[in-house]
Design a binder for this molecule. Structure first.
Ligand SMILES: [Zn+2]
Length: 89
């Protein structure tokens, strides 16, 4: 079984899939990709399939540590252009 499949089952994150896992002495970095095609504005009900761009900097979040390793999730987030709120992640 692949390590990405194991982390897909362990983390069970909605609308994402684990694409890579990087292990170092202190960190466990899980790279996730968003599966959804539609982008939703977080401030209103605007929904679109048109992506404005992808953030140039990879976003990351800390998850619960596994053993002695710090677990971080990283993802390239897409941005949309909302007619009300402009370009937003
Ligand atoms: Zn909006």
């Amino acid at each position: 079984m692949r390590v990405t499949t194991i982390f897909n089952h362990i983390l069970d994150l909605p609308k994402t899939t684990v694409s890579n896992v990087e292990i170092s002495a202190d960190n466990l970095t899980v790279i996730v990709k968003l599966r959804g095609k539609k982008l939703h504005c977080p401030k209103c009900d605007f929904v679109t399939k048109a992506r404005y761009d992808t953030r140039p900097v990879r976003s990351y979040w800390r998850h619960l540590d596994i053993g002695k390793r710090r677990l971080e999730l990283k993802s390239d987030l897409r941005r949309l252009k909302c007619p009300t709120h402009g370009v937003i992640t």
